[in-house]
Design a binder for this molecule. Structure first.
Ligand code: GDP
Length: 443
């Protein structure tokens, strides 16, 4: 797994949250401190860590979870969101628009550049593109052979000439060669002889001026941790079309530092290297990365819950008012039953009032899918007037509705009973407590 240790310590922090019986300020601070420690151990810049954890703490203490969401779930979501923002928020894939799209790779010796070029070519091949690789590394004679060995078994051609000493000429010839061949993506591997940024950037400029790549990709070794900042910054300033691959994130203790340092420069990370094999390259997507890092198998489920909440079961104040005043109709009831089936906001709201102790009759809360569907079918056969004013539904109407909806009069009566029960329930509520509750909802 990528960044095993960091993931584990972040996960432990969240477990502490999950296990706690009450979520109070002390617990939030404790969990935030654990997150801080985890990130700093992973070589993330201390200033960045403090900024990040301050945001998490502030939100966790100040924001109120929406109805239907527990405080714990809400905090997990905040941690997830802030970590995702911290790592760049959105995925920024390499775009293959032009034909051919020319990519130039640069990187310091030993960064994993040759391996990454092989991985990249395979990645695009797997995505249906015809790829050609140009080896313009005239410095290391073995580079050409290494590339051929890695990718020729996959039927990806490598252009190179170990005899040629002029890297720029080689790069130009290679691009021409693959253009004639009509490939979709040309990846040009430059020499990685440089020990530092300066020489690297100079060579990138020279080759760039000749072959005009659509994107220049810098390969950064993830094991260097926050030192990646200077490399990425120098690179970003040198080219507006630069993106980054951070390698060796498998098993490296400093990977978190490298990733966050690169993000802090504003240079986009497009891929990460997660192993020595050719398929060990992943498009970098902060959301996916953080979900996996936190080890929350169900974070997806949690996020979906929030999404559902935001679009479907928003418990509006006017709805609440209708119920509290007993002025709801069949349509309102249906909406609430459906919402309750999802997460029980009404129930939740009742529970939120301390000392209230109200709970809805069990059968209302545990409305089965089948029963709810049947209600829907029945309601579809009612007139607008009946839906809004269920009191007018007499026996002859019941018979008509049953016939129209293909149900029985017993089914229709059951729906009306349900409605009457709910009404009764709200009427039975203590008016003083009701007033207290209404006040809480600013009614
Ligand atoms: P170059 O000098 O920059 O071209 O580096 P190479 O591509 O030859 O890679 C240097 C070493 O790093 C090799 O042993 C690679 O197998 C290894 N390497 C490259 N990328 C990764 C990675 O993502 N994970 C791991 N574990 N090793 C990698």
């Amino acid at each position: 797994m990528v960044l095993d240790k960091l993931g584990q310590s972040l996960n432990n922090a969240l477990k502490k949250l999950a296990r706690a019986s009450t979520v109070d300020e002390a617990l939030v601070r404790d969990v935030v401190r654990d997150i801080q420690r985890a990130l700093i151990t992973s070589d993330v810049n201390v200033r960045l860590v403090l900024d990040l954890t301050k945001k998490i703490e502030k939100r966790a203490l100040e924001e109120k979870p929406p109805a239907g969401v527990s405080k714990k779930e809400h905090i997990v979501k905040i941690v997830y969101e802030e970590l995702t923002n911290f790592l760049g928020k959105e995925a920024k894939p390499v775009e293959i628009k032009a034909k051919p799209t020319v990519l130039l790779t640069v990187g310091i010796q030993g960064s994993g550049k040759t391996t990454s070029v092989a991985k990249l070519s395979r990645y695009f091949q797997k995505h249906g593109y015809k790829v050609g690789v140009v080896c313009s590394d005239t410095w290391r004679p073995g580079a050409y052979q290494q590339l051929k060995q890695l990718i020729e078994p996959y039927g990806i051609e490598v252009f190179g000439n170990p005899e040629e000493k002029n890297a720029i000429k080689l790069a130009k010839e290679g691009v021409e060669y693959f253009k004639k061949k009509g490939v979709d993506v040309i990846i040009v591997d430059s020499a990685g002889r440089h020990k530092e940024e300066k020489g690297l950037i100079e060579e990138m400029r020279q080759i760039s001026n000749t072959i005009n790549p659509h994107e220049v990709i810098l390969i950064i070794d993830g094991t260097i941790g926050q030192q990646a900042y200077n490399q990425a910054l120098a690179f970003k300033e040198a080219t507006p079309i630069g993106s980054i691959i951070v390698t060796k994130l498998d098993g490296s203790a400093k990977g978190g530092g490298a990733l966050s340092a690169v993000v802090a420069t504003g240079a986009p990370i497009k891929f990460i290297g997660v192993g020595e094999k050719i398929d060990d390259l992943e498009p970098f997507d902060p959301k996916r990365f953080v979900s996996r890092l936190l080890g929350l198998g169900d974070i997806q489920g949690l996020l979906e819950k929030f999404e559902e909440l935001s679009k479907e079961v928003e418990f509006k104040e006017e709805d609440m008012e209708k119920f509290l005043k007993g002025k709801f109709n069949l349509k309102d009831m249906y909406a609430q039953l459906e919402a309750m089936k999802k997460m029980g906001p009404l129930q939740q709201i009742l529970k939120m009032i301390p000392g209230m102790g109200y709970s809805l009759p069990d059968e209302m809360v545990r409305m089965s899918e089948v029963r709810l569907k049947k209600f829907k079918v029945i309601m579809d056969s009612m007139t607008e007037e009946e839906l809004e004013n269920p009191e007018i539904i007499n026996y002859s109407r019941i018979k008509r509705i049953a016939r129209g909806s293909g149900t029985t009069t017993k089914d229709v009566k059951e729906l009306i009973n349900q409605y009457n029960q709910m009404k009764k329930f709200f009427r039975s509520m203590d008016k003083r407590k009701l007033a207290k509750m209404a006040k809480r909802f600013n009614m």
